[in-house]
Design a protein around this ligand. Sequence first.
Ligand code: PRP
Ligand code: URA
Length: 209
Amino acid sequence: MGKFQVIDHPLIQHKLTIIRDKNCGTKVFREVVDEIAMLMAYEISRDMPVEDIEIETPIVKSVQKTLTGKKVAIIPILRAGIGMVDGILELIPAAKVGHIGMYRDEETLEPHEYFIKMPDDIDSRQLLVVDPMLATGGSAIMAIDSLKKRGATNIKFVCLVSAPEGVKALRDAHPDVDIYTAALDDHLNENGYIVPGLGDAGDRLFGTK
Ligand code: PRP
Ligand code: URA
């Protein structure tokens, strides 16, 4: 079974409170989502493998650590996932970025895929699928189905706010996928919104309604 981790570092909790507030405007919302994504990337990359290499410091030859293992691709689920990409790229600047477009039908809450463009080597990369919200789990499950059909095997899902219903659904559908969230909230309301949540992440990031 994949890992399930709530990354509840004090800085992340503080910043999440800022964006949960309904009076937080688009500019600050965007900036803080970026900052939280960067802080989460630091924690998520903790298990990246390293190997020894010999270098020469100004003083002596020395064996030191360098990153090894699979290269990374960041896969934002459009639209809201886009808000997390730059923060992660700050720490992993060589990562490739693939996009997958999903929207939830507002009545049925069923996800629909409308766009996909991936790097051609996703089968050999560590994929970080990012979306601020994991609500029913439908969008994440369908996005990961689509990536697996294209050969992806090594997937971590990263979100800011999750509902217990979505976590369970994603773990049932894709038990191999590690899930990282900044907060595990209480429940979904009758409209499929996370409670207490932060509202519609895409609308708040892009200033739409
Ligand atoms: C939101 C969010 C997730 C999805 C989560 O996207 O960004 O992708 O809902 O809900 P689920 O877990 O129930 O599938 P939305 O469909 O509103 O599209 P948007 O990002 O374009 O606003
Ligand atoms: N999508 C969002 O953007 N917010 C929610 O609370 C649930 C799904």
